[in-house]
Design a protein. Structure first.
Length: 167
């Protein structure tokens, strides 16, 4: 099964095994006590752990896992990612997408390949798709004025950009 990242362990906090987590999800209930998360690294695998307690600190969350009871144990998972199985993802409303679903899609304008989505950058007003073609990268606003269609099944995003955008 494919894993989807939902957080990153930044550092150990205190002596009881708490860790400071940067959420990589809009669904912070994933960190509720009793929730199971894979803890590990994408290329090394994940170990399933259960959230014992969690405290929202604004941009970060303090989490203690049942399997981590000391600062030393917490330091061992520092830098690790938290993940869930793709099948555990919540269904999104129509025309909403998880970032990982957009990565790798081809960007097409009037039948011409403009590049491939290689990253997504969150902006203050809207997000940008980073589109790469050969050695060039473009920050494409992910808004309806530019994006006409997202077709995940066929692997492309149809866009219509103002003249000179791709220059």
């Amino acid at each position: 099964m494919k894993k989807v990242l939902v957080g990153k362990v930044l550092k150990a906090q205190g002596l009881r095994g708490m860790v400071k987590v940067l959420p990589l999800t809009d669904f912070e209930e994933r960190f509720s006590p009793g929730s199971s998360l894979g803890v590990g690294l994408p290329d090394a695998g994940y170990r399933l752990m259960t959230v014992a307690e969690a405290t929202d600190e604004g941009r970060t969350i303090l989490v203690r896992f049942q399997e981590v009871s000391s600062r030393q144990s917490a330091e061992e998972i520092q830098g690790f990612f938290l993940a869930v199985e793709e099948k555990e993802l919540k269904a999104l409303p129509s025309n909403h997408f998880y970032y990982f679903e957009l990565l790798g899609l081809k960007v097409v304008e009037k039948g011409e390949l403009r590049g491939e989505v290689v990253a997504i950058v969150e902006g203050p007003s809207y997000d940008y798709l980073v589109v790469r073609k050969e050695e060039k990268e473009y920050d494409l606003p992910f808004i309806r004025a530019y994006v006409q269609e997202v077709n995940k099944e066929e692997g492309f995003i149809e866009v219509e950009c103002p003249g000179g955008f791709w220059d």
